[in-house]
Design a protein around this ligand. Structure first.
Ligand code: XIL
Length: 492
């Protein structure tokens, strides 16, 4: 494990807010003039966000946009937190109250606030069985699937380039011992609804990390085993998933599990990042403080546990306020859990690697928005009916490719399926030639050579092995028009 001390490691550029915090501490020391000893602890963060940033992580909170007019609330928000998640304002019922009529005012307000204060935004949530608009209740089958995909496409396109990570799908697995999917209107459109949602989200915003998010998945249990199997399958098949969110709602009956860290670790071992996304812990005093500390230490022990979000600011802001589960009391005063959380952050741990590994490498340098309006709900979004633009070439039998294209005026996303021949593959390379106006701006689940003309895409560690007759996928985005010719595939 990458047990690099946060204190001793060469780290990323110090974030501006942290620099400001450190500068103000330093200024304070000069003014006092006597406490040189404190200078040694000047790198300790004095706020949750600054302390987390010392390890390369964010510390976030859910925000109810209507509370941004509360000065106590917003004062704590701006002082302590470096990431925000909309508590309700980006959900389906809030953003698409009527079919294909989108309302972004509240969500936009939060994103603007975050940008003004240098905070990241976690988008929540594109597809979920709860908090759907009323009009989805009468839909099923293809109509509901297309409505869902259009929703994902439109909302992710609206926020393109402004979202650090999207909870693409929320709470799709059943509680209890089955380890299977939860029954829902979305699930009844077919088992592949989750991967279809992820593909649509990637096509709409290739720069955002795409996450699956759920609760009661915090320890190893049948439900988290089900999610684990899905993520492993997605990674093997090149379905674009970058992260898993663990809501981490804890109560006296359902405390922080003993294997919390081990469970996070096994997901990281699949090649995804993990984040703690809605942390709240019922209780008070030292027992609550100890539980918060355990959660923070577990995340900090894992270099690809990249951030922690609590599910609100004051206990009175909580969706379950009677549990007093947050870090500030109703007056906005820091609780013992605040102190233990800050201490745990300042104790350090692994440092988050500065660059995000595949499949989001390289991040797009330009993110061309579609110049045409995405399709309305009445017509399926392009990702639902990807016509192969190339037929599998005869090749030498090692492998075949098919390319599906989602294009708009000025840009495209290509999804390429590689199917292994009878001998299977231990590595593959796909070559194709782009039209003269095209430039590749982002690639996922492959390593690319060239951005114009003749380009090639090589398998990466987690998708190089493809069994006989099995398939894997990678994709790329570009400006100009998409590939039209034949893509060839060979063993590498
Ligand atoms: C909750 C909000 O906090 C409440 O304001 C709302 O009434 C219901 O939803 N899992 C999630 C969150 O993913 O979005 C939910 O938030 C809590 C459970």
């Amino acid at each position: 494990m990458n047990q690099v001390s946060a204190r001793s490691s060469g780290r990323r550029t110090t974030p501006p807010r942290l620099r400001a915090a450190l500068a103000s501490i330093a200024t304070g020391l000069v003014a006092v003039g006597t406490t040189v000893v404190l200078a040694a602890s000047a790198s300790a963060g004095t706020t949750l966000g600054a302390a987390a940033a010392e390890t390369g992580r964010y510390f976030g909170t859910a925000v109810a946009v209507n509370r941004l007019s509360d000065s106590v609330y917003v004062g704590i928000l701006n002082r302590e937190f470096t990431s925000v998640t909309a508590e309700n304002e980006m959900k389906w019922d809030a953003t698409e109250p009527s079919p294909n009529q989108f309302t972004y005012a509240s969500g936009d307000k939060l994103v603007s606030h975050a940008e003004a204060y240098g905070m990241r935004v976690r988008g929540h949530a594109l597809a979920w069985h709860q908090q759907q608009p009323r009009w989805t209740a009468v839909l099923s089958g293809t109509a509901l699937r297309n409505a869902m995909l259009n929703h994902v496409t439109q909302v992710a396109t609206h926020y393109r380039g402004r979202i650090d990570a999207w909870n693409v799908v929320n709470e799709a697995f059943a509680d209890g011992g089955s380890g299977g999917r939860r029954d829902s209107n979305l699930q009844r459109t077919g088992d592949d609804w989750i991967e279809a949602a992820f593909r649509a989200a990637r096509a709409a915003d290739p720069g955002a990390k795409l996450c699956y998010n759920d609760y009661n998945t915090d320890g190893q249990n049948p439900k988290s085993n089900g999610v684990y199997a899905m993520v492993r399958d997605f990674r093997a098949r090149g379905v674009p998933i970058d992260c898993v969110g663990f809501q981490s709602h804890f109560t006296a009956q359902s405390p922080v599990p003993a294997d919390y860290q081990a469970n996070l670790q096994r997901f990281v071992d699949l090649g995804v990042e993990v984040q703690i996304t809605e942390l709240d812990i019922e209780g008070s005093g030292s027992s609550q403080a100890d539980s918060y500390s355990r959660v923070v230490r577990a995340c900090l022990a894992i270099s690809r546990c990249t951030g922690i979000t609590v599910s609100g600011i004051r206990d009175t802001d909580s969706w379950r306020s009677s549990a007093t589960p947050l870090l500030f009391d109703g007056n906005g005063t820091r609780k013992p859990a605040y102190a233990s959380t800050l201490d745990a952050l300042n104790a350090g741990g692994t440092t988050v690697p500065p660059t995000t590994p595949p499949p989001t490498t390289p991040p797009p340098t330009t993110t061309p928005p579609p110049t045409t309006t995405p399709p309305p709900t009445t017509t399926p979004p392009p990702t639902t009916t990807p016509p192969p633009t190339t037929t599998p070439p005869p090749g030498d039998g090692d492998c075949a490719t098919s390319v599906s294209l989602n294009s708009w005026s000025g840009g495209f996303v290509a999804t390429v399926k590689v199917t292994a021949g009878p001998a299977g593959l231990d590595g593959w390379v796909v070559n194709l030639t782009l039209p003269s106006d095209a430039t590749v701006t982002a690639v996922w689940s492959a390593q690319s050579t060239g951005t114009a003309g003749a380009v090639s895409f090589r398998s990466v560690s987690y998708n190089s092995a493809v069994g006989a007759g099995a398939g894997t996928e990678f994709g790329f985005q570009g400006t100009g028009s998409g590939p039209t010719g034949t893509a060839t595939c060979a063993r590498a």
